[in-house]
Design a protein around this ligand. Structure first.
Ligand SMILES: Nc1ncnc2c1ncn2[C@@H]1O[C@H](COP(=O)(O)OP(=O)(O)OP(=O)(O)O)[C@@H](O)[C@H]1O
Length: 341
């Protein structure tokens, strides 16, 4: 490992100046560009943005599982101070599952269709005797996790993936991700493929798991309503860049707010404000191979000025660490340039 291991809970997972590119040469795109952020132990951290903004790619980078032809071309990811970017395969395998676990979008590819869930759990336990020396303890712990995700343990143990509904599959995937007692669980769009009732259930379950197990949660979503319900801190991405980050209160409080975040908030359908119209964001995320000059959001932004089309805005922070990259809302002398969310 290239850097010293630390027990600094405030900087459990750190991303520094990370760039991830797909392809090389003229057609290459940077799905993540110069992103820096730090997640502390016990946080529920949301990565937010529309489809194609680079959220999943950033999440995969945390585990060093960016799918080819994607590759990290710059920057580092550190877990407890150790750089995962330079770890050997063996070190990474030890880290994945046992320290950093992932729940993929729609619980896709989470299970082998020809084995029961129980057999798959046994395989995981056999591969990691360092976590449960006696596999029976591991089985008991999995039953406890199934209780926490509100599923019947006996039935699930004997089931095949095809016998589970989408909502059940998602909850089993969450239980499996927690099996080796990871410090961090990363969830890609945990509520997206679910109906409203299952969305509600998964949000409540994640809150409960956070409270009872103390696990740090990082989740990817395009849905600010889910962020408002679940997250403690938020990083908003647009076209590969970080455009705003802060606590959930800072993001939703009117005031210094990125116009993209303003637009995302206006696009939240609200059952409470039946009289209020939802205002969808006009236009689309730009093709990453043909980015506009200046601020990437400027072509869609009602508040854009000449400067916005010419110069990319820096991320400026106040003394609470609320960061925004926008020329228009950042006109305050006390704001300082900050590199890390
Ligand atoms: N396998 C791939 N091959 C080529 N380019 C890719 C690949 N995966 C992602 N990209 C590029 O990276 C961009 C960001 O993709 P990513 O999946 O990280 O975005 P996202 O914000 O998570 O969106 P979604 O919610 O749709 O997954 C894409 O728009 C695309 O340009």
């Amino acid at each position: 490992m290239s850097s010293p291991v630390t027990n600094d809970d405030q900087h459990l997972l750190e991303v520094d100046d990370l760039t991830v590119a797909f392809g090389d040469g003229p057609g290459s795109v940077r799905a993540v560009e110069n992103v820096s952020l730090s997640v502390g132990a016990g946080e529920i951290y949301a990565l937010v943005g529309e489809s194609g903004c680079g959220k999943s790619t950033l999440a995969y980078s945390l585990l060093q599982i960016v799918p080819p032809p994607g590759q990290i071309t710059g920057g580092t990811v550190r877990f407890r101070g150790a750089s995962t970017t330079t770890m050997s395969k063996r070190e990474l395998n030890a880290l994945r599952g046992a320290e950093l676990a992932m729940v993929f979008q729609g619980a896709m590819n989470a299970f082998n269709p020809v084995l029961t869930i129980g057999t798959q759990v046994d395989h995981i336990l056999q591969a990691h005797p360092e976590v449960f020396a006696d596999p029976k303890d591991g089985r008991d712990y999995f039953r406890h996790l199934l209780d926490l995700v509100q599923l019947p343990a006996d039935r699930i143990w004997k089931s095949y993936e095809s016998q589970l509904s989408g909502g059940m599959k998602q909850r089993v995937a969450i239980a499996v991700a927690l099996l080796l007692r990871p410090s961090v669980v990363i969830l890609d769009e945990p509520t997206t493929a679910l109906d409203v009732l299952n969305q509600r259930l998964v949000i409540d379950i994640l809150k409960d798991l956070h409270r009872t197990l103390g696990v740090t949660i990082i989740f990817v979503t395009h849905d600010l309503a889910v962020v408002a319900e679940l997250a403690t801190r938020v990083a908003v991405m647009y076209a590969g860049r970080l455009v705003e980050s802060g606590t959930v209160e800072e993001i939703f409080k009117a005031g210094r707010r990125h116009p993209y975040v303003e637009a995302l908030i206006n696009a939240i359908p609200s059952v409470l404000d039946a009289g209020l119209r939802v205002r969808p964001i006009g236009g689309a995320v730009p093709n990453l191979a043909e980015l506009p000059g200046g601020c990437r959001f400027a072509p869609r932004c009602a508040r854009a000025e000449d400067l916005c089309h010419e110069t990319e805005p820096p991320l400026l922070g106040d003394d609470h660490g609320h960061l925004v990259a926008c020329h228009v809302v950042n006109r305050r002398p006390e704001l300082v340039e900050v590199s890390k969310a």
